[in-house]
Design a binder for this molecule. Structure first.
Ligand code: BES
Ligand code: MN
Ligand code: ZN
Length: 503
């Protein structure tokens, strides 16, 4: 059931609802605003509870007040926003936590006060949009394969966002846009969470085709025969061991009524399952490799979001989708394959398959002559070793691009860290038998994977994002549910937004 999100200017405490959530900036006076109104309605219990709970408005603090029938809301929850000024990301996170908390306590309705005056490059309604995104992201659950008692009996059906500003056409539209952007990100989460027996390359291609048709995007799919004809030799090498055929998915968003200011390409690694191939992975945790298409899922979500946001840029979404399996036809260590680019590559470890698939897709993408090409992939365990599970690493061929990415990630509230393309490590990719090999030694494994990709992008301005850690979450945190997160999409949207404002 989809959530109904609406905007209202009434006093949050006067709306009938299961839960009302009010964000409190750190250090806000307990005598001002919402707290004053609460004290007036409920009496000294408010001041006493706050003292007992030691609630100061710090990020991640929250306290619940029973209303004993004195208010229209069944329960009131105060949530800490941290130190002001309040940003879009803070509002989004608070809203997500509020929705998750509400749903977790079986509430079907929620009233949420949107902090007023959130600064924005997007203009009016930034806070409203972020709050709307947050509640839809926070209310996400993946229940497709649950029945009977395992199915949740209630869900958050109605959310009223209360603004202390005015309810206008713009702020209403912002709520609507926020909801649809978040639904796009939830689609990415669904795709990551889908099991690999259901979501295989052909199924992903069909989904992209249908989604594109619904949303007025162009979508072309290359099947195995077409890929063979065109010479995607590395992508096909990885696909050899699987009974499932690979696909290249090419979606295009073009602005309807403006000449595009830029041409951008986004690429996603779409391994619907990565067993490791002949260099098979240990059984422990192998099930998580259903999520090895997190980069592809982000590209799908990004294209869906663009069909809503309609920015004046042309965006190509490319997905290389393959299943990496061991069988009698599987590619082997020692094999040498050509590539779409032309270079020959010696195979060392069949579990380093993502970079092979991406190499061919990047070579295809660069032929579109974009102003910028961005790939994202659950590429290396080494990136998780370097940065932990909550942060992705990005690499780029140009310093100015690194600054733009940093800004975009910070504005989006996604944790991303700039890592270096160390030329010192390039020697590790030298092969005795071919132009290059696809892996070096253990050390700096995320960097050498990026250096390998760099061989295939030519002169195209390029960013590579290794999302291996945050693409899936072991437990819910911030805006993320457990499982697929869609981490990256918000940053890509901010990046596109900043490029639009550039020209
Ligand atoms: N898909 C994995 C990387 C990965 C690991 C993603 C854990 C998410 C969580 C990738 O294909 C892989 O297996 N990489 C190898 C490369 C190695 C063989 C050079 C790795 O990181 O161990
Ligand atoms: Mn692998
Ligand atoms: Zn992989």
């Amino acid at each position: 059931m989809t959530m109904k999100v609406s905007l209202s200017a009434s006093d949050p405490l006067s709306v009938a609802t299961d839960v009302a959530v009010i964000g409190i900036v750190e250090g806000a006076s307990p005598k001002a605003g919402a707290l004053a109104a609460l004290s007036k309605a409920l009496g000294p219990v408010v001041a006493r509870t706050l003292k007992r709970e030691d609630f100061t408005g710090k990020k991640d603090q929250s306290v619940e007040l029973a209303t004993n029938g004195q208010l229209k809301a069944g329960r009131v929850v105060l949530m800490g926003l941290g130190q002001g000024p309040v940003t879009e990301a803070q509002v989004r996170t608070m809203a997500a936590k509020a929705a998750r908390m509400a749903q977790g306590t079986k509430a079907t309705s929620l009233v949420l006060e949107v902090p007023y005056g959130v600064p924005s490059q997007t203009g009016a309604g930034a806070g409203e949009r972020a709050a709307s995104e947050g509640v839809v992201l926070g209310g996400y659950r993946f229940t497709r394969y649950l029945t009977g008692d395992r199915l949740p009996k209630s869900s958050l059906e109605r959310v009223t966002l209360v603004t202390t500003g005015r309810v206008t056409k713009e702020t209403r539209a912002a709520v609507e846009v926020g909801q649809r952007v978040a639904e796009a990100i939830n689609l990415a989460r669904d795709l990551v969470n889908e099991p690999p027996n259901e979501l295989y390359p052909e199924a992903l291609a069909k989904l992209c085709h249908d989604m594109s048709k619904d949303r007025g995007l162009k979508c072309t799919v290359l099947d195995k025969a077409a890929l063979t004809k065109r010479g995607f030799k590395l992508l096909l090498a990885v696909a050899q061991g699987s009974a499932r055929e690979p696909r290249l998915i090419h979606m295009v968003y073009t602005p309807a009524d403006a000449k595009p200011k830029k041409k951008l390409v986004f690429v996603g690694k779409g391994l619907t399952f990565d067993s490791g191939g002949l260099c098979i992975k240990p059984a422990q945790g192998m099930e998580d490799m259903k999520g090895d298409m997190g980069g592809a899922a982000n590209v799908v979500a990004l294209m869906a979001a663009l069909s809503v946001l309609k920015p004046p840029v042309e965006v190509h979404g490319l997905i290389g989708s393959v299943e990496n399996m061991p069988d009698g036809n599987a590619y082997r260590p020692g094999d040498i394959f050509g590539s779409l680019d032309g270079k020959f590559v010696e195979i060392i470890n069949t579990d380093a398959e993502g970079r092979l698939v991406l190499a061919d897709v990047l070579a295809y993408g660069r032929e579109l002559k974009p102003d910028l090409m961005v790939d994202n992939a659950t590429l290396t365990g080494a990136c998780i070793v370097a940065l932990g599970m909550l942060t992705s690493g990005f690499y780029t061929s140009q310093d100015e691009l690194a600054e733009k990415m940093k800004r975009a990630a910070a504005d989006a509230g996604e944790s991303m860290w700039h890592l270096p393309l160390l030329d010192e490590l390039r020697d590790g990719l030298k092969s005795d038998w071919a132009d290059l090999k696809h892996t070096a030694d253990r050390w700096g494994g995320s960097i050498t994977a990026a250096l390998f990709l760099r061989e295939f992008v030519g002169q195209t301005p390029w960013v590579h994002v290794d999302i291996a850690g945050p693409s899936m979450a072991q437990r819910a945190y911030g805006i993320h549910p457990k499982g697929g997160t869609g981490h990256g999409v918000l940053t890509f949207l901010k990046l596109i937004e900043s490029l639009v404002h550039e020209v």
